[in-house]
Ligand binder design. Structure first.
Ligand code: HEC
Ligand code: HEC
Length: 193
């Protein structure tokens, strides 16, 4: 909808009431998600990802990919089938509007250095600390995301038998040495900004 149409509808009183109703409905839907992902999508970890403040387009894309079967998740694939495309779009918008809250995760200095070295092949897309993606719409920030969750996701990208559609993430994680997978996850997890 362009601005002029929105203005015309708002002036005619056609937009405000349904807009509020749909907001309430989305908050009710999101309460189910918060049972696992935490209040406002801020997870208490360690293998449960935070989702509050992730990019709207990214959130919508992954949910639609689970729904179509293009992407695999042991938990989310089944769960998301119960939501309409519109509800998925509303939930993506709802969680994207929440603040991203990096979770402090102390890391051993040696592992931190190992992870930082391994992150060289990640920085072009994710930025030095994971907070400045080159494409902020489609690439999630990963600073302060839970380390164990990121390690498990990388294991999925590394395994060609698991449906993970992003070709370049698959390639980049597959070129990591096995022992660097957990280290690089912990490096990004430890970054607070
Ligand atoms: C029963 C617990 C549970 C519920 C309820 C749940 N999730 Fe999840 N979700 C998970 C787990 C576990 C993962 C990570 C593992 C995986 O993807 O297999 C995940 C992953 C995600 C991710 C990927 C995050 C990322 O960083 O890429 C998104 C987005 C997501 N969930 C959204 C939602 C939304 C929206 C709802 C509510 C409609 C919801 N989840 C409800 C357990 C849950
Ligand atoms: C070519 C750009 C690119 C490179 C290089 C890259 N990534 Fe990614 N990364 C992405 C994109 C885009 C996504 C979202 C992909 C998707 O939809 O599956 C992503 C997703 C992720 C995720 C999942 C985040 C979440 O919230 O579920 C992690 C963890 C991650 N990248 C870590 C890394 C690490 C570690 C490296 C280096 C070994 C790396 N990435 C290299 C672009 C890149």
């Amino acid at each position: 909808m362009n601005k002029r149409v929105i203005l015309a509808l708002a002036t005619a009183g056609l937009l405000s009431a349904p807009a509020f109703a749909s907001g309430d409905k989305t908050a009710a839907l999101a309460a189910t998600c918060n049972n696992c992902h935490g209040t406002n999508g801020v997870s208490v970890g360690p293998s449960m990802p935070s989702i509050g403040g992730l990019p709207e387009a990214y959130l919508r894309t992954v949910m639609m990919q689970w729904k179509s079967g293009e992407r695999y998740s042991a938990t989310m694939s089944r769960l998301i089938k119960g939501y309409s495309d519109q509800q998925i779009a509303d939930l993506a918008k709802y969680f994207a509007a929440k603040p991203w809250v990096p979770q402090p995760q102390p890391v051993d200095a040696k592992i931190l250095a190992q992870g930082k070295a391994a992150s060289e092949r990640c920085t072009t897309c994710h930025g030095d600390t994971g907070s400045q993606p080159d494409d902020p719409a489609e690439t999630p920030q990963i600073h302060g995301q839970w380390a164990k969750y990121m390690e498990l996701e990388m294991m999925k990208y590394r395994d060609n038998a698991v449906a993970m559609p992003h070709r370049r993430m698959r390639g980049n994680t597959q070129r990591l040495k096995e022992e660097d997978v957990a280290a690089v996850a912990q490096y990004y997890a430890a970054q607070q900004k």
